[in-house]
Design a protein around this ligand. Structure first.
Ligand SMILES: Cc1cc2nc3c(=O)[nH]c(=O)nc-3n(C[C@H](O)[C@H](O)[C@H](O)COP(=O)(O)O)c2cc1C
Length: 199
């Protein structure tokens, strides 16, 4: 089991890659190698999805293209711009609203994009990268900047990069140093009737 300070301290044994994933604010500004980025995207590609619809699209902005990187940075809420500016890659996730197969609304699209990004985070962790997801985006701005059609919705942004030691003056240094916590299983795993702990 890992003993890095942000590693999960699980009550039951879990895989190191899951325990060691966390969402840093301090990135060191290094670019992400294309090979590693492609592996992360490939891991997302192989996620399960309802009817194998794969209702996700991703828009990438990497540090080697500062204009594109800044354009995506500006699609984030201000609080996220502050720290995400040091990531190696920014990525916008976009859901497809309806099934291609029959045009009906896809209620599982957001669920499935979560699975894809879950895969991506595990792959990234295995490659020494960190991922910090963001709900804090400006969806209408993103729609306009990237000409996203009405059939699709911008959902989240994802920062990918290498972790840095937080500097004392960093606004988020305390959060980066704080241990991670979770509710116990007994609070959300039920059996028989709602609220009766199942574990
Ligand atoms: C869908 C989603 C949206 C999130 N949005 C933000 C965000 O806008 N800004 C932020 O700083 N962190 C955001 N986070 C990060 C969470 O705060 C973080 O995952 C949570 O505190 C648990 O910490 P851990 O990922 O280090 O275990 C988001 C995470 C997810 C999964």
């Amino acid at each position: 089991m890992s003993n890095h300070p942000k590693a999960a301290r699980p009550d039951y044994s879990i895989h190191d890659l899951i325990a060691n994933r966390w969402s840093p604010y301090a990135f060191d500004g290094r670019p992400v190698e294309q090979e590693k980025l492609h592996s992360c995207l490939e891991a997302a590609r192989w996620a399960a999805s309802s009817y194998n619809e794969q209702p996700w699209s991703f828009i990438l902005a990497t540090r080697d293209n500062p204009a594109a990187f800044n354009a995506m940075l500006e699609c984030l809420v201000e609080a996220n711009q502050e720290w995400a500016a040091r990531a190696g890659v920014l990525m916008l996730t976009v859901t497809s609203r309806s099934f291609v197969r029959n045009g009906k609304p896809n209620r599982m699209a957001e669920h499935d994009i979560g699975l894809a990004i879950g895969n991506l985070t595990v792959q990234a962790t295995s490659l020494g990268l960190a991922v910090h997801q963001m709900a804090g985006i400006n969806p209408s701005k993103a729609r306009q900047v990237y000409a996203i059609p009405e059939s699709h919705d911008p959902l989240t942004a994802v920062a990918i990069g290498y972790v840095a030691d937080p500097k004392a003056e960093d606004a988020f240094a305390e959060r980066d140093r704080a241990p991670r916590s979770r509710k116990p299983l007994s609070e959300f795993v039920f059996t028989g009737t709602w609220g009766t702990p199942g574990v």
